[in-house]
Design a protein around this ligand. Structure first.
Ligand code: SF4
Ligand code: SF4
Length: 171
């Protein structure tokens, strides 16, 4: 399925998600990296040792979720846009999602967003909390999105809700 559609299977996702006990402790990275390619910037980006050393640069990244503090530095440095940070403890009934965002213009803090799942289906709404801009040519911008708690495992892309080019095209 991944090879044909770009959408991982539930079995693939189960291998990369933190356990429920870790998720209840706050922000944690989810590495949705399923292709064996020569790539390891996530390892270099993590100062916490949460990304374990690669024995071969083609290996899939192995993550120790207990070492991860959810900082999101790896999100900014992943060329595959494959890493997300999820915080299910953000606020009552709300989660915070940090996701890579390469489109322009970047959202502004407070801006309303439409949320999309891995298949491009519109699945809800969110609000921009913050935008961490990458250094030119060295990092991907990371958008912090507040959204409904029960959507945080589903949403993997956002677009400005009103008036944004292409808004609604996928849902
Ligand atoms: S979110 Fe921060 S601590 Fe967690 S894996 Fe990424 S860089 Fe390491
Ligand atoms: S940097 Fe991204 S694409 Fe490269 S191995 Fe790490 S998670 Fe996968």
């Amino acid at each position: 399925m991944l090879e044909r559609t770009g959408v991982p299977t539930p079995e693939q996702l189960a291998l990369c998600l933190p356990g429920p006990e870790r998720a209840r402790r706050g922000a944690v990275a989810v590495f949705e990296c399923f292709e064996k390619i020569p790539c390891d910037p996530c390892y270099e980006a993590c100062s916490q040792g949460a990304v374990l050393p690669f024995t071969d640069i083609n290996d899939l990244p192995q993550v120790d979720h207990d070492r991860c503090n959810g900082c999101g530095n790896c999100v900014q440095h992943c060329p595959g846009l494959a890493i997300f940070v999820v915080d299910c403890t953000w606020a009552p009934g709300k989660a915070l999602l940090k996701l890579p965002y390469e489109l322009l213009p970047l959202p502004e803090a407070g801006e309303a967003l439409s949320c999309y799942d891995r298949e491009g289906k519109r699945v809800g709404e969110g609000t921009t909390v913050r935008v961490v801009r990458g250094r030119p040519f060295l990092g991907t911008p990371v958008v912090w999105v507040e959204l409904e708690l029960d959507r945080c495992g589903q949403v993997r892309h956002v677009r400005p809700r009103e008036g944004g080019a292409g808004d609604g095209a996928a849902g």
